[in-house]
Ligand binder design. Structure first.
Ligand code: NAI
Length: 655
């Protein structure tokens, strides 16, 4: 034992309580690298030698508690021995922590991810600090692996199997209050009293709240039933062939007591099988692509001098997009004014937003009120004068957008940034009438705004570098992923999605049922089938976009037929499908022809490649990121161009 700690600080207070602070030197976040975990083992040795009255584990980082395992180390694991060692490391250490003779408490402030949550679960009690950033998650499934360091064993014991499956199979995070309600944490404390709460929890000697009887039954004798239901839910979303990890979680919990070490290596749910599955490497790629997009928005200071942050936003157009963009900005803490042609046009958006906020904050009236207070209806456009950013989201009409922005320019602050949400017009054309066209960029949100992570940041021919960088920073501050693209028809995502949907409708014209077309895409790994996507976008919008993007090529007969009958998709209750309760009603499936999935994505791949060649997007990785996060392109493939390059390589080998 060295006694010299690099990752942890250990101190004892006057009451003989040991305070162990995770503070990885030289890093802004704590990750559970093998060295940090080895050192935690050494700390436990020290405490064994002189047991304290209790142990509190906390973080020394302002950013959060623990960000999970060290993903760079994990990326190097690809063989059976490596997979075994990876699981063994955390399983043994956290079992040891769970078994110490003195009481233990995890004091969690900020994010608590993956291995961090498993460490907290191994403590006897958990105190969460009541702040919006405090969030517990087990997102291993999103990297193609399982929570093998005790999460699959201890989470169901704390919150019951159905809720545990929900967390582990989706990667969804719980905030402090929700975690308390479910029983994941024992106490929620305000930041200024967190140490007192941790101390009280530690010394109370109170046994942990037992699971209610029903939950005990569901996690015990009825485990098989719960597992079957969970597996059915997973099967509706993803296939085992492409996404083995959620199936593995269910089996390890059901058949092996949550112990990933108990499986033989050859078992399809074993960690060894998972790390050698191609999806796992591809999902790690997706993780790194997401980080790269995030970094684009965070990188605003590197050009020398800090760009002014955006605090006040003025949105013009309270329709489908403008209303939701304004809502999202208010939700993220910005002050927003929302303008339209009259208060009667703004009112429906405000009502929609109020409902959405109430759902989001689970009727917490104070939180709803605070978010709504930041969103100000502004029929006269008075907010323009104080706005750092003006976003226009009015009809897709060049003259209307030009004259609107000309007028805005006369009243806006000299350093205000202007943005258009246009999906098909050229940014430089919209900027044409401005005195300073360099301050206009495209900030292209996707519909629905609250669900789509990607936002294209469009550089027009005249856009200034600073304007583009500031827009990217704004998008990142909204917790979205900014993708810089050039102002070309359809930018990247719609340019690539169009031919994909067209190919799908060609198949329907050839007599393939919509259900079969969509199934083929889902089997390929796509997040949504292309026909369902057409119904969701709206058939009228698909026709208009098709006409703009395909330079007058004939629209598919099936599309025109449905549209002529007024069947415009989800919004009219009928399109290619009939829609009930927000879901398409599907006819029973006939066989899916071999190679159909591949046929559907080929046009998308070709356009994506062309967009890289033409410089619409800077490189192939960013193009892949755009299509994964903006179009739901199969994450298990690592993106369209990655998929294509792997396939070309395989084809080369086999021929
Ligand atoms: P929408 O038709 O739902 O809303 C447009 C709103 O703008 C209307 O409420 C209208 O009253 C208002 N408006 C029109 N002229 C105005 C003016 N001079 N001053 C103030 N308000 C004015 O349109 P939507 O669908 O929200 O589209 C808006 C923009 O977003 C368009 O440029 C569209 O291409 C783009 N977009 C649309 C997407 C979608 O799925 N609907 C997705 C991404 C971008």
């Amino acid at each position: 034992m060295s006694g010299q700690l690099n990752y942890w600080r250990l101190a004892r207070d006057g009451e003989d309580i040991a305070w162990l602070t995770f503070d990885r030197a030289g890093e802004s976040v704590n990750t559970l690298s093998s060295a940090a975990m080895r050192e935690l083992g050494e700390v436990l040795d020290m405490l064994d030698a002189a047991p304290p009255r209790g142990l509190v584990i906390q973080s020394g980082k302002a950013s959060g508690f623990i960000a999970g395992a060290d993903i760079a180390e994990f990326g190097q694991v690809s063989d059976v021995a490596g997979a075994r060692a990876l699981v063994e490391r955390g399983w043994a250490l956290f079992n040891r922590l769970a078994g110490v003779a003195y009481p233990t408490c995890a004091l969690v402030r900020g994010f608590c991810v993956g291995g961090g949550t498993e460490l907290a679960l191994a403590c006897r009690s958990i105190v969460a600090v009541d702040e919006p950033g405090t969030r517990f998650s087990l997102p291993e499934v999103m990297l193609g692996i399982v929570p093998g360091w005790g999460g699959m064993l201890r989470l169901p014991q704390r919150i019951g199997l159905p809720a545990a499956f929900d967390m582990m199979l989706t990667g969804r995070a719980l905030d402090a209050k929700r975690a308390r309600k479910l029983g994941l944490v024992d106490d929620v404390a305000p930041a200024r009293l967190m140490r007192e709460h941790a101390r009280a929890c530690l010394l109370s000697g109170r046994p942990r709240r037992a699971l209610p009887l029903l939950q005990r039954l569901l996690s015990g004798p009825l485990r098989g039933v719960v597992a079957r239901k969970a597996a059915e839910g997973v099967a509706r979303r993803v296939s085992r062939m492409h996404y083995p990890a959620p199936y593995a979680i269910i089996e390890i919990v059901r058949d092996f007591g949550g112990n990933a070490q108990a499986l033989p290596d050859a078992h399809p749910a074993s960690m060894a099988s998972l790390v050698s599955h191609p999806t796992t490497a591809n999902l790690q790629r997706v993780y790194h692509l997401r980080e790269r997009l995030r970094a684009i928005g965070k990188d605003v200071d590197t050009g020398g001098g800090t760009l002014p942050p955006v605090r006040r936003v003025h949105v013009i157009g309270a329709g489908v997009m403008g209303g939701d963009i304004a809502a999202w900005c208010a939700l993220r803490g910005l002050t927003v004014t929302l303008q339209d042609q009259g208060i009667e046009r703004i009112a429906p958006a405000m009502q929609r937003v109020a409902k959405a906020f109430a759902r989001k904050f689970r009727q917490d009236r104070k939180a709803v009120r605070a978010a709504l207070d930041r969103l100000i209806p502004d029929p006269t456009g008075a907010g323009v004068a104080g706005a750092d950013l003006v976003i226009e989201a009015i009809y897709e009409n060049l003259d209307a957008k030009q004259s609107l922005l000309r007028d805005v320019e006369l009243r806006a602050k000299p350093d205000a940034l202007f943005a258009t949400n246009t999906s098909s017009l050229r940014v430089e054309d919209i900027a044409a009438g401005l005195q300073r066209p360099e301050r206009l960029v495209g900030i292209h949100f996707f519909n629905p705004v609250d669900r789509m992570m990607l936002v294209e940041v469009v550089r027009g021919a005249a856009s200034a570098d600073d304007a583009v960088r500031r827009a990217a920073a704004f998008v990142a501050a909204l917790d979205k992923l900014p993708l810089p693209v050039a102002s070309s028809p359809g930018f990247l995502v719609n340019a690539a999605l169009g031919p994909y949907m067209l190919e799908a409708m060609k198949c329907v014209d050839e007599g393939v049922p919509s259900e079969v077309v969509d199934r083929a895409a889902l089997d390929f790994g796509m997040v949504m089938g292309p026909i369902e996507l057409v119904d969701t976008v709206g058939l009228d919008i698909a026709i208009a976009a098709g006409a703009r993007l395909t330079a007058g090529a004939a629209a598919p007969a099936c599309l025109l037929r449905h549209a002529a009958a007024g069947q415009l998709g989800r919004k009219t209750g009928r399109g290619f499908y009939e829609w009930k309760d927000g879901r398409p009603v599907r006819a029973p499936l006939s066989a899916v022809p071999e190679g159909l999935g591949r046929r559907l994505v080929e046009p998308l791949v070709a356009v994506t490649r062309r967009c890289v060649e033409l410089g619409v997007v800077a490189d192939a990785d960013l193009a892949d990121a755009g299509l994964i996060f903006g179009a739901g392109f199969a994450p298990c493939t690592g993106g369209p161009l990655h998929y294509d390059s792997c396939n070309t390589a395989t084809d080369g080998k086999t021929t």
